[in-house]
Design a protein around this ligand. Structure first.
Ligand SMILES: [Zn+2]
Length: 251
């Protein structure tokens, strides 16, 4: 039996999206009155059906994180950040449980190198009708040099990253949204002082919920051409730098 591993990109929808965006002067996520197909909302956080679904055999939703066009994960207060992560994880798991999809991906693009097209902070929850995102994953990509640990939750920097030289894993076993939210924010604050783009990827992996945070630069041609991932000779140094930020917070 062949396993489907490819998503089909519908290029006609991109054309429609470009025409729509060039006509509209307002940011599409600031223009709240014009939002349609709202699935759920909590204060300034809204989940909507994606107006321009570009992926075949999927159900694409957009999670608008805030009503402020200039805020992002590094600027939210703790209360908003925790509320956002709980709202997102709840909807992701609800879609998984619905049985309508082979699997559901929950992720975020931030910045020009991340694959994002709208600046207003948002995440995406996408139901995949015929692809299981877990195929091709293994324990190794979530293992690494430990940065911080609290009970059964931990943070590490991947020693065998999936693609990039620096990938951070936040592992909660079992679910612990506050640990997840607080630590995503800590790592993102560290990264945005050093680069302008990152992705968040969420995984249900064995008994854990894991978020992988990946700073984005141009993808290595060795990965594109030969699937050879890269690590870095600075992993220990980066782990130490971030550990120091934790110790200074704790003091
Ligand atoms: Zn906006």
């Amino acid at each position: 039996m062949t396993v489907n591993k490819h998503l089909c990109f519908i290029s006609d929808v991109v054309k429609e999206k470009n025409i729509y965006q060039s006509k509209e002067s307002l940011c599409p996520f600031c223009d709240r009155e014009a939002l349609s197909d709202i699935i759920d909302e909590q204060d300034s956080i809204i989940l909507v059906k994606n107006k321009f679904p570009t992926l075949a055999n999927t159900f694409q939703t957009v999670l608008i994180e805030t009503n402020n066009c200039f805020e992002n994960i590094s600027t939210y207060d703790t209360y908003h950040m925790r509320k956002l992560i709980t709202f997102g994880i709840n909807h992701w798991l609800k879609m998984e449980k619905s049985g309508d999809f082979k699997s559901v991906v929950f992720y975020k693009n931030h910045g020009p190198m991340s694959g994002g097209t709208v600046n207003h902070s948002h995440m995406q929850i996408v139901g995949l009708k015929d692809i299981d995102y877990k195929i091709g994953l293994n324990d190794e990509i979530f293992e690494g040099i430990e940065i911080y640990q609290e009970g059964s939750c931990s943070i590490n920097i991947s020693s065998k990253p999936k693609v990039c030289s620096t990938e951070f894993n936040i592992i909660t076993t079992s679910r612990n949204d506050n640990f997840m939210a607080d630590n995503i924010q800590n790592i993102v604050k560290y990264l945005l002082k050093r680069c302008n783009s990152f992705n968040l990827f969420f995984y249900q992996w064995k008994r854990s919920i894991i978020c992988k945070i990946v700073p984005r630069y141009v993808t290595s041609p060795l990965f594109v051409g030969f699937s050879i991932p890269q690590t870095s000779n600075r992993l220990n140094e980066i782990a130490e730098e971030i550990k120091n930020t934790y110790y200074s917070i704790k003091k």
